[in-house]
Design a protein around this ligand. Structure first.
Ligand code: GRF
Length: 197
């Protein structure tokens, strides 16, 4: 019997911490707003709360510690071989706090997305909220982009902007930016699934 059903996009999500972006993606899939399936969540940190979130959602979770490998190249090779067992269509970096080797990035060229808490190309790197405040900016935001070899670089897919008010601090800005991250990350994945990028 023929079917018009298109198989869902297979996602592998890499995390190191809280996993609130992972949760936003899980929620969108469960609400049938995102034609995707998370086939594995992988963390380099054993205590990443995102692993709990995956467990609660019945998603296979894996912990692969970078401390068990001699160098970045060895770790990235092991990570690549783990990821590829799941035959993903797209790799999602969601707070994965690792610099990636050029070989790893090249292997997933145009198949790996990241979310960064700034309006790229501004404020690459860490502590973006405080740096935005220190610079006296009146707007801030987040960006979903394809991953290329340079840190927090690569073609931007979607951005969202938030206003910086005079009573904002790094914590209030983080809350505002996170809210936008949870909106645009699933949206960018949907665009990829629908071949709209
Ligand atoms: C987010 O702020 C994201 O922009 C950055 O890492 C953080 C991850 O947060 N890349 P969470 O683990 O998804 O809550």
């Amino acid at each position: 019997m023929s079917s018009n059903l298109v198989s869902p996009l297979r996602l592998v999500v890499l995390i190191s911490g809280n996993g609130s972006n992972l949760q936003a993606i899980i929620d969108e899939i469960n609400s049938n707003n995102l034609p995707a399936e998370i086939v594995a969540v992988i963390s380099n940190k054993a205590d990443a709360y995102g692993l709990e979130r995956a467990k609660k959602a019945n998603i296979p979770q894996h912990f692969l510690s970078h401390l068990d490998y001699d160098d970045r190249k060895q770790y990235d090779l092991a990570l690549q071989s783990l990821i590829d067992q799941f035959k993903p269509d797209l790799i999602i970096l969601a707070g994965f706090m690792r610099i990636l080797s050029d070989e790893f990035v090249e292997h997933y060229s145009h198949k790996m997305m990241n979310i960064h808490p700034s309006l790229l190309p501004k404020y690459k790197g860490l502590n973006t909220h405080q740096r935005v405040l220190d610079a006296g900016e009146n707007e801030h935001g987040c960006s979903v982009h394809f991953v290329t070899a340079a840190l927090d670089d690569g073609p931007v897919i979607l951005q969202a902007t938030v206003a910086v008010n005079e009573n904002d601090n790094a914590e209030t800005l983080a809350v505002k930016v996170h809210k936008q991250e949870h909106r645009i990350y699933p949206q960018a994945i949907r665009m990829f699934a629908e071949n709209k990028i």
